[in-house]
Design a protein around this ligand. Structure first.
Ligand SMILES: CC(C)(COP(=O)(O)OP(=O)(O)OC[C@H]1O[C@@H](n2cnc3c(N)ncnc32)[C@H](O)[C@@H]1OP(=O)(O)O)[C@@H](O)C(=O)NCCC(=O)NCCS
Length: 169
C-alpha cells in the first residue's frame, strides 16, 4: 500500500485536492483501465487478451496505482517459480500524472514483490530512445547488460537492464 502526498492535480477545489492513493494488486475489474493505460505505451502494446491472461497467471503480478477511484499507473512483473530471475514486463503511467513519483512507487513495490517471490534479479527491456524510462531505471540502480537489435515490432533495438534485488531476510 502506498499513500501519496496530497496533490493539486485535480485543481477543482481545495477539498478535492486531498486524496488517498493506493498501490494494490490488480483485479479482473481493472482490465478496462489497464487496456486504456496501455495506449500510452510507446509501441508493442499488450493486448486486452494478454492483459486478461496476465491477470490470471500464477507467474505474473499486475500492480496498479489508484487515486480518486482512477487507475493512473500500472506495472507487470513476471516471475516463474522455477527461476530466480524476475522480469519487469510493463510499466506505464498516464501522461497527465507523469513526474509525480508514481513510476518510482510502482517500481519499489515490484522490487518488494520480487523479494517476496524469492527472486534475486530483476530484468527489463527498454527502447534506446526512451529517455524518461532510462533515467528512471538508472536512478533505481539498473545496469546495462546488453543491446538487443531488432527487438520491437518496428525493428527498433532494446537495451536489457538488470538489477540485483537484495533479500530482506
Ligand atoms: C517512464 C514513465 C513510466 C515514468 O513515469 P513517471 O511516473 O512520470 O516517473 P516518476 O515521476 O516516478 O519519475 C521517477 C524518475 O524517472 C525519471 N523521469 C521521469 N520522467 C522523466 C522525464 N520526462 N525526463 C527525464 N527523466 C524522467 C527521473 O529520473 C525521475 O526521478 P526524478 O524526478 O527524481 O529525477 C512514464 O514516462 C511512462 O509511462 N512512459 C510511457 C511508458 C513507458 O515508456 N514505460 C517504460 C517502458 S520500459
Amino acid at each position: 500500500m502506498f499513500r501519496a502526498e496530497p496533490s493539486a492535480y485535480s485543481g477543482a477545489s481545495a477539498q478535492a485536492e486531498v486524496y488517498a492513493a493506493t498501490l494494490r494488486r490488480a483485479v479482473p475489474a481493472d482490465l478496462a483501465a489497464l487496456v486504456a493505460l496501455e495506449r500510452h505505451f510507446p509501441g508493442d502494446r499488450l493486448s486486452r487478451q494478454s492483459l486478461r491472461r496476465l491477470l490470471h497467471s500464477a507467474s505474473a503480478e499486475v500492480w496498479v496505482y489508484e487515486e480518486a477511484g482512477q487507475v493512473t499507473g500500472n506495472a507487470v512483473l513476471l516471475c516463474r517459480t522455477t527461476s530466480t530471475q524476475a522480469r519487469l514486463y510493463s510499466l506505464v503511467v498516464h501522461p497527465q500524472h507523469h513526474g509525480r513519483g508514481i513510476a518510482r512507487a510502482l517500481l519499489e513495490t515490484v522490487e518488494r514483490a520480487v523479494t517476496a517471490r524469492g527472486c534475486h534479479r530483476l530484468s527489463l527491456e527498454v527502447r534506446t530512445d526512451n529517455a524518461p524510462a532510462l533515467r528512471l531505471y538508472k536512478k533505481a540502480g539498473f545496469q546495462l547488460i546488453r543491446q538487443i537489435t531488432d527487438y520491437y515490432q518496428d525493428h527498433a533495438p532494446a537495451l536489457r537492464l538488470e538489477k540485483p534485488i537484495a533479500s530482506t531476510t
